[in-house]
Design a protein around this ligand. Structure first.
Ligand code: FE2
Length: 238
C-alpha cells in the first residue's frame, strides 16, 4: 500500500501550477493506492483553484483525502471536494486495511491551528473499531524546535496526544504540513512526519543557526505493509 502525501501546494498562478505538475507526473507513474493532501492547497481564487486540483488529483483514480490549511477556504473546499455540510472538514477514507483520517484543525483567519474542537470527533472515529489509521492534519502538533514557528503550531496538542495514546495500536502515524520543511519526530508514541512542500521550501533555523533553503519540491510516500510503516521522501529536482 503506497500513499502519496502532497502538502502546501499554494496554487497562485502559472509557476505554482508548473511545480505541481512536475510532481504529479512522478505521482502518476507511481500509481499510488491513495493520495492525501495536508493543507494549504491554494492562496487565492479558492473555488477555481480547487477545481483545477480536483481534476488533476482525480486523474489518478485513487481515493483522495484533503484537509484544509490556514490559507484555504473551508467553504470553497466543501463546495468542490464535498464533506460534512458544516463545521470542520474532517474526513475518513478507507483504503484496503488502512483508514486515512483527515483532521481539520484550522482556525479561520489564523496561522495556528487548534485540535480542541475536533478531539471528540477524532476520539469517536479512532475508537469505532475500524482499521489501523494514519492521521493527516495541517499544523504541526509537536514542538518543531524552530523558534519562529512554535507560535503557529496546532494548539491543544496535549489533548490530541491523549486521544492517540489511549488508542495505541490503532494509530500507525500522524503527518502534517505547514512549515515547508521535512521533519521526522515522534508524537504521542507514534511516528510523526512533517511533509515537504510543493511550494518553495523553507530553510533550517534552529539553535541560533539559520540556513537558506536548498530543497526542490518534494512529497512523502507512506509505505504500509500490514502495520509496518516506512515513509519515503521524494524530491522532484530539475
Ligand atoms: Fe500553512
Amino acid at each position: 500500500m503506497l500513499i502519496a502525501q502532497l502538502s502546501d501546494i499554494h496554487l497562485d498562478g502559472v509557476t505554482s501550477l508548473q511545480r505541481l505538475d512536475r510532481v504529479l507526473q512522478w505521482v502518476a507513474e507511481l500509481k499510488p493506492d491513495a493520495v492525501a493532501v495536508s493543507g494549504d492547497l491554494a492562496n487565492n481564487d479558492h473555488a477555481a483553484s480547487y477545481a483545477v486540483l480536483k481534476t488533476r488529483l482525480g486523474a489518478f483514480g485513487a481515493p483522495l483525502l484533503v484537509v484544509p490549511g490556514n490559507v484555504d477556504s473551508r467553504e470553497a473546499m466543501r463546495e468542490v471536494f464535498g464533506g460534512p455540510g458544516e463545521g470542520p472538514l474532517n474526513g475518513v477514507v478507507q483504503v484496503g486495511d488502512v483508514r486515512l483520517i483527515g483532521l481539520d484543525v484550522i482556525v479561520p483567519g489564523a496561522a495556528h491551528g487548534d485540535a480542541a474542537p475536533v478531539l471528540g470527533w477524532l476520539e469517536a472515529e479512532i475508537n469505532s473499531g475500524g482499521a489501523p489509521a494514519l492521521i493527516f492534519l495541517h499544523q504541526h502538533p509537536f514542538d518543531c524546535g524552530m523558534d519562529q514557528y512554535e507560535t503557529i503550531d496546532c494548539r491543544n496538542k496535549e489533548g490530541l496526544a491523549a486521544v492517540i495514546e489511549q488508542a495505541k495500536d490503532t494509530v500507525l502515524g500522524i503527518s502534517c504540513g505547514h512549515l515547508h520543511r521535512t521533519m521526522f519526530t515522534r508524537f504521542a508514541g507514534v511516528p510523526a512526519t512533517l511533509a515537504p512542500a510543493i511550494a518553495p521550501m523553507g530553510g533550517l533555523a534552529a539553535e541560533g543557526r539559520k540556513m537558506p533553503a536548498t530543497d526542490p519540491p518534494a512529497l512523502l510516500v507512506h509505505h504500509l505493509k500490514g502495520k509496518n510503516l516506512v515513509t519515503h521522501v521524494i524530491s522532484i529536482g530539475g
